[in-house]
Design a binder for this molecule. Sequence first.
Ligand code: PBG
Ligand code: ZN
Length: 328
Amino acid sequence: MAIYPTKRLRRLRYNPIVRDLVRETKLSKDDFIYPMFIAHGENIKNEVSSMPGVYQLSIENAIEECKELVSLGIKAIILFGIPEHKDEQGTDAYSADGIIQRAIRAIKKEVSDLLIITDVCLCEYTSHGHCGLVDGDEILNDETVSLLAKEAVSHAEAGADMIAPSDMMDGRIAAIRKALDYKGFKNIPIMSYAVKYSSGYYGPFRDAADSATSFGDRRSHQMDIANSLEAIREAESDIEEGADIIMVKPAGAYLDVITEVKDKFQMPTAAYQVSGEYSMIKAAGKMGWIDEERVMVESLIAIKRAGADIILTYFAKDIAKYLDENPQ
Ligand code: PBG
Ligand code: ZN
């Protein structure tokens, strides 16, 4: 093996063409999924105060946004719903006329070449803001799983192309797979939020989706931030139960977990760069403390370099524009 001065690592950095030639990680528009918040009503375009550039949109405005995404080359969205009424059972989540079901049908009618993924959970639809049915301060697992399966089927019936359960109940992937298959949706894939931590980075999302809990927190179902062996067990059970894609969430603070899950299972692996990750970069950029665009690119490259094949990010539109100006 050569050593200095025969070996000089700087030789492959001496001009931009050489650097591009040896670049190991490249971003592509195909990598990204854009999260959208669909609000009940008309003419709604409310910027989320803690997430500049991200809006709660009523259906007709969401359709316009979808057209913009397609024209930018972003081909997949994940939908979150803000219903008119919330109740203890989260009824809007699995009603044929729920906000997401109506949004899917409307978008499908107007926009082609866009993959519609739906987030399956109850927390946007329950009056208490929890991800499942509650009894006292317990979040009930098995009763919740039945409702999640119902929610997944109703999204598929409305035309969803992929189902993404984010609730972290045990056994929900098997139940959803079984329910989808039984109803004839055997070709609809499941992207499981398999490794989802109980994270402070979800703060701004609770403003966006209006889903803060009225009591307690999510620590009895989401994972402890300190655990990575457990991440393997979570991913393994979801794969056994039939998940097609597994997700790690958040992304930036869990790059080690993304790498471990990818190396161990070699499955299509997604990572969710969550609301707080986005807001921190936006805020520091606005203050002039960091170069927002550079840090956006760096954060996304890091997630891909760690092993993610797919990145859910609120920066999807910005990175698509960046890639147009800076082909990789
Ligand atoms: C719903 C859900 C959440 C996120 C995605 N799906 C919130 C939560 O679990 O509290 C967070 C996404 C983000 O912060 O951008 N269960
Ligand atoms: Zn939830």
